[in-house]
Design a binder for this molecule. Structure first.
Ligand SMILES: [Mg+2]
Length: 344
């Protein structure tokens, strides 16, 4: 069965609900992230009874797409090929893969394993509200959920604490995590809340913690990243530098990657998009890990990108039930067609 015989018969929207494992607190500059929410998904149907669904890249009027031939909107080898359908990137990939009866990651080339390493992205600055016990409890909860690697939000001194005390607490939380979970990959994320000097003080304080990556310590200015690069050369285990999540200039990030200043490109699952990632990946001279925070469904999407395109050694887990299967620190993708998920 090919896509050529399918014509879009309807595009509708539906609200889907998602929950975090707990209320998620502050990062270096934003207040509480809440306990979940609801989001709009788009459902695309064809005249032959096929259905696909997923998150949009943005909201747009789907009306003009009704009556269009599916094969004019998406090419399984490249992704969405008509700008008017770009916002339906994920629903159309789901639909096309269901019609072709393959998982999306197979349609993307199956360049990676369908068992995808996945860290908890949910360790926020909850000590500000509940002390270090809150950090211990959150780590334990995410470990029990199936995570084995953790990303710690840092940058308490940016706006919530006095800069000296905030830095000390960042160090304390990192050291505590290493002590409690000696085998975990520890990632840290400053949400652009550090100066170069404060970051170096932090890194001095956690020199024996063997960090896996440092994410967005500051806005991606070349001289700052050069200084960081130089600093990291002295370390026996050099953490990766991850950037490109917040309001990225993609060309700038790709150039920083070429120059060895960014090791992991983070452009968002839906902000950048699946078709854009299919185009970007061959040009990327670093690794990738499409940012997935916000909804557990984006973790599933990131895992398909990893299994499909390769070059994504670890993905961000949004701790919450119902959208992906986590087993010993890995998202395990099913071989069901599309994204393998029934509309909740
Ligand atoms: Mg981040």
């Amino acid at each position: 069965m090919t896509l050529a015989r399918h014509v879009i018969s309807s595009v509708t929207t539906t609200e889907i609900r998602y929950d975090y494992l707990r209320t998620i607190g502050r990062n270096s500059f934003l207040g509480s992230h809440g306990s979940g929410g609801s989001t709009t998904a788009y459902v695309v149907e064809t005249d032959r009874g096929a259905t696909g669904w997923g998150l949009p890249l943005y909201d747009a009027d789907p009306g003009p797409l009704v009556g269009r031939k599916l094969a004019e909107l998406i090419d399984p080898d490249r992704g969405v090929i008509d700008a008017a359908a770009e916002f339906l990137d994920y629903p159309l990939h789901d639909l096309a893969a269901r019609i072709l009866d393959v998982p999306v990651y197979e349609m993307l080339g199956a360049a990676g394993s369908p068992r995808v390493r996945c860290y908890s992205g949910g360790i926020y600055l909850d000590d500000l509200d509940g002390g270090l016990d809150a950090i211990r409890a959150n780590l334990a909860q995410d470990h029990a959920f199936g995570f084995r690697d953790f990303k710690l939000k840092i940058g308490r001194g940016h706006r919530w604490m006095d800069s000296h005390d905030g830095l000390r607490r960042d160090i304390e939380v990192t050291r505590l995590t290493r002590e409690l979970y000696p085998d975990a990959g520890i990632l840290v994320d400053g949400n652009d809340g550090f100066s170069v000097n404060t970051l170096f003080e932090y890194l001095d304080g956690v020199a024996d913690c063997d960090l896996y990556w440092i994410e967005e310590p500051f806005a991606e200015r070349r001289p700052d990243l050069e200084a960081l690069h130089e600093y990291l050369q002295k370390l026996p285990h050099r953490p990766k530098v991850a950037d490109g999540e917040y309001d990225p200039n993609v060309e700038h990030v790709l150039q920083l990657a070429r120059d060895g200043l960014v090791d992991v490109a983070l452009m968002d699952v839906t902000g950048h998009g699946l078709t854009a990632w299919r185009r970007t990946m061959p040009d990327l001279s670093a690794e990738a890990s499409p940012h997935a925070w916000g909804q557990p469904l984006k973790t599933l999407y990131a895992a398909h990108l990893a299994a499909g395109l390769g070059n994504i050694p670890i993905v961000e887990g949004v701790p919450g039930p119902g959208f992906y299967t986590l087993e010993d620190g890995h998202v395990v993708l099913s071989d069901e067609p599309g994204f393998g998920l029934t509309l909740p």
